[in-house]
Write a protein that binds this ligand. Structure first.
Ligand SMILES: [Zn+2]
Ligand SMILES: [Zn+2]
Length: 112
């Protein structure tokens, strides 16, 4: 876990390394499958409230890794260190992707 600036959340957020992320991703796909399974079996959409409940293990795991409560599991899924590039030489915020050609925060071009 590492605290890094998240351009989507516009604040510093705890980001997951690959081991931590693998665990979260597994819980997330289990929850997704359970929701799909429910829809297939019953042919009716789950209420938003019960969908939220199914993703509880994802949020609980994220909280125990990072010590931070996050109520939106989709935000958790983009808090993965490897999605971001190295820190910008000017503003020190991580580039938005490992292949970014310029910094999304201060627009400094990335030099090779
Ligand atoms: Zn974020
Ligand atoms: Zn920058």
């Amino acid at each position: 876990m590492k605290r890094m600036w998240c351009w989507r959340c516009k604040q510093e957020m705890p980001m997951l390394d690959e081991d931590e992320y693998a665990e979260i991703a597994r819980l997330y796909s289990e929850a997704t499958l359970a929701v799909k399974e429910y829809r297939r079996t019953w042919g009716i959409p789950l209420e938003n409230a019960s969908i939220h409940e199914r993703f509880e293990p994802v949020r609980a795991r994220y909280e125990s890794i990072t010590g931070m409560k996050e109520s939106n599991e989709n935000a958790i899924m983009h808090h993965r260190i490897s999605l971001y590039g190295p820190p910008c030489k000017q503003c020190n915020k991580p580039l938005r992707t490992p292949k970014a050609k310029l910094c999304g925060a201060c627009m400094l071009p990335v030099q090779e």
